[in-house]
Design a protein around this ligand. Structure first.
Ligand code: UN1
Length: 499
């Protein structure tokens, strides 16, 4: 599919793609995709106002009916999977297979949300008083602000929006300023679903496009009770503090510094595949990308040379080409940050393999790189910063408890894995004395989580959970209700008040 076919299939018009001041270039070749209109502060204010109005209507629609809207939306996504997947590739540079995978994640979360729309269960709780019942209700919360990052330009919105909408909320989306076009396309597909559904209030989903200042309007607005933000720890610290200052709620899904431990009992073929996808997939630009590898000294010489050989033969290039495994970095800043991190590692005695710019002559305005492996010397115990690029730091270890400790000894706590066929090693890793991350996998890499589990991490990753399991509770308001069906009014704790 070429650019024009993608735009046509997604019904993107010149009026939407041109005439604005936000220039969007494809990371694949640097070519202009569009110049997009940005939302100004006054506009954002109107959109938030309309979102409140839509919420007041939507919250009274029965939840299974709300699910019906998401069912229709999921079917539209099925129909547009190829075009939207290709647009994701065009705008954020991930390879087409991963662009398709991202849209599949949207479809999966829609299915999950449809089922959920009939399962927003509360508890009944035994009352200590005769003739009394206690119940827990989950109520809609209000407009939900969703701030998403460039690397998952559409799936992250869908995890949040599909749940938020079946929970009875309206949504306001601030996408990354690097990927507004996919957001416009998705917003239009959602509006089409609303039209087919027929009973959705106007403005149920709003889109605000712009830079940091426009995101701040959302973050600081007391009419938006929940902000779900995905991005860097720096951004999350700022958002978290601002929302907390007004006693709003947040779901924060921030940086990762994910490690894989390979024990002497690992199936090395599996480990090899898991590491490769985790470290070079999405050109190292997933929050779940594998950044650190702890390899036991007994298997180091079997695994690490094999990885280097594979790194040497990776097909790097046009992300729309089906043969490509590694697409470009998002932009020049990202490239510079990668180079700085590699220089720092070399200064510390790290042995750097790969890491330089690729295809510069063919694509002078795009930033392709050779993914890097850095073998770290024994004198360096860890790497504690996340660099959003394909750098895999490798450490040799001799004792599993110490490897787990080093894995945990970073500010972030998103994803982690162990490769082992020894049940005791695997169980230790997923025990209270094991990984401290929100995700701890066995014989699977750090990235590529399914939507059915709760997704998110601890420490500076922000503590939020999105997607499956009971993450939906984060989008609702818990209400405890005690009901008296007797003719007496006994007080709790046996208190006597008056006669
Ligand atoms: C992200 O990088 O922000 O687990 C999300 C994964 C994907 C989601 C990543 N399902 O790698």
């Amino acid at each position: 599919m070429n650019k024009e076919e993608i735009f046509k299939s997604l019904d993107l018009t010149d009026a939407e793609l041109k005439g604005g001041s936000l220039y969007v270039n494809s990371p694949g070749d640097g070519s202009l995709i569009g110049h997009i209109h940005m939302t100004d502060v006054e506009d954002a204010d109107h959109k938030i106002h309309d979102s409140v109005r839509a919420f007041k209507e939507w919250r009274t629609v029965p939840a299974p009916k709300r699910g019906e809207l998401i069912r229709i939306f999921g079917n539209i996504l099925r129909e547009k999977k190829e075009a939207l997947g290709a647009l994701v590739t065009l705008e954020c540079g991930k390879i087409y297979q991963e662009g398709l995978g991202e849209v599949q994640e949207m479809i999966d979360i829609c299915d999950f949300a449809v089922g959920l729309s009939r399962q927003l269960y509360g508890l009944t709780i035994a009352s200590e008083r005769p003739g009394h019942k206690m119940r827990e209700y989950w109520q809609p919360l209000g407009p939900v602000g969703i701030i998403s990052a460039f690397n998952f330009p559409v799936a992250v919105w869908a995890w949040n929006a599909a749940l938020a909408v079946v929970c009875g909320n309206s949504v306001i989306w601030k996408p990354s300023e690097k990927t507004p076009v996919t957001a416009i396309a998705v917003q239009k597909l959602f509006e089409r679903a609303c039209a087919e559904f027929g009973e959705a209030p106007a403005g149920l989903s709003q889109l605000i496009i712009g830079e940091r200042n426009i995101g701040e309007e959302l973050v600081n607005d007391h009419r938006v009770p929940l902000i779900s933000a995905t991005g860097s720890c720096r951004m999350g610290r700022d958002v978290g503090q601002k929302v907390a200052a007004r006693f709003g709620k947040t779901i924060l899904e921030l940086g990762g510094n994910n490690a894989i431990i390979v024990t002497p009992n690992a199936d090395l073929d599996l480990a090899f595949q898991g590491i490769l996808f985790g470290a070079v997939g999405t050109c190292g630009q997933r929050c779940t990308s594998t950044r650190r590898l702890f390899v036991h000294e007994d298997v180091y010489d079997q695994l690490v040379p094999r990885l280097k050989e594979a790194y040497g033969g990776l097909s790097i290039g046009d992300p729309l080409d089906e043969k490509t495994l590694v697409g470009p970095l998002i932009d020049e800043d990202s490239f510079n940050n990668m180079q700085k991190a590699l220089e720092k590692a070399a200064d510390q005695g790290g042995e750097v393999f790969g890491g330089g710019r690729a295809l510069q002559e063919m694509y002078p305005d795009a930033y392709y790189v050779h993914p890097a492996i850095v073998e770290m010397p024994a004198s360096v115990d860890n790497v504690r910063e996340e660099t959003f690029a394909p750098i895999l730091y490798i450490f040799k270890y001799s004792d599993l408890e110490t490897a787990i400790e080093r894995q945990n000894d970073v500010p972030q706590g998103l994803s982690s894995s162990i490769f082992t066929t020894d049940v005791c090693e695997a169980e230790l890793f997923t025990s209270e004395a094991g990984s401290d991350c929100g995700i701890a996998n066995v014989n699977i890499g750090t990235s590529g989580a399914e939507i059915g589990g709760a997704f998110g991490g601890e420490k500076e990753t922000g503590g939020g959970r999105e997607s499956g399991s009971d993450a939906w509770k984060g989008y609702m308001r818990r209400m405890t209700s005690t009901l008296n069906y007797s003719k007496e009014l006994p007080l709790a704790q046996g208190i006597k008040f008056g006669s």
